[in-house]
Design a protein around this ligand. Structure first.
Ligand SMILES: Nc1ncccc1[N+](=O)[O-]
Length: 240
């Protein structure tokens, strides 16, 4: 997979050189390039923003530097152009899996009040344009969201995480929150590990874990229950 990120704060994305993502890049599982939007300006002050038509506070990112940058990174494919925005569709684990199947992702990090809307209209000819939101809150720009989305997507790529098994039983993989986990010592500050986990009875352990997933989801994220695929859960021969 090829990933390009365009930002006026490329150093913000330095964290993607670390740990698993950094190793995936070294191992050639992932190519990730960060581009400075200001390198695509033509004026002496490398201007990327201006005042909004219609008035209002703040500044809007000018369209031309974005068009130059996106044309430069597009290559000859039709990449997915992800524009982090509080006005985007919600980013979910399902979307992470969907994006992990793509050949080429381009992330456009907006700052200020956002990017001139005509950039997204213009880009639609040669990109699959996807405004995407991490959540219902406002960040100062798209970089933090890109760090989260790149990590969520890249870790799904074959060979990136050591044990692919660990990708199966995690929150949202089956529509439920993950169960609690414990390790040694079995007794710690007078707190005991649930005895079922010490029983060696795999059927009981599986049932305990599914029950915990359901309990947590009902308590913490009842909104997820509506989308629960009961058939799929039952098909896992762990009737809900
Ligand atoms: N929530 C956000 N705020 C600003 C930029 C991007 C955002 N997001 O969620 O992708």
């Amino acid at each position: 997979m090829r990933i390009d990120v365009v930002s006026i704060f490329p150093e913000y994305l330095a964290a993607l050189e670390l740990s698993l993502i950094g190793k995936a890049r070294q191992d050639g599982l992932l190519s990730l390039t960060v581009h400075n939007l200001r390198d695509f300006t033509v004026d002496r002050h490398r201007t990327v923003d201006d005042t909004p038509y219609g008035g209002g506070a703040g500044m809007v990112m000018k369209p031309e530097p974005w068009a130059q940058a996106l044309e430069d990174v597009r290559g000859d494919s039709r990449p997915v152009l992800i524009v982090p925005s509080p006005a985007g569709e919600r980013f979910t684990q399902a979307m992470a899996h969907e994006l992990a199947e793509e050949e080429h992702l381009v992330f456009a990090c907006g700052r200020y009040e956002g990017i001139d809307e005509r950039v997204l209209d213009w880009a639609a000819d040669s990109f699959d344009v996807r405004p995407v939101s991490l959540g219902d809150y406002v960040l100062n720009g798209g970089e933090v969201a890109v760090l989260a989305m790149v990590e969520a997507v890249a870790r799904l790529l074959p060979g990136v995480v050591g044990n692919p098994e660990s990708l199966i039983e995690e929150s949202h993989a089956d529509g439920l929150l993950e169960y609690p986990v414990y390790t040694k010592p079995s007794s710690w500050r007078e707190l005991e590990v649930p005895e079922v986990l010490l029983s060696g009875n795999h059927a009981r352990i599986a049932r305990y874990r599914r029950d915990e997933q359901l309990r947590r989801t009902v308590l913490r994220r009842p909104d997820l229950l509506g989308k629960l695929d009961v058939e799929a859960l039952n098909a896992a021969d762990l009737a809900v």
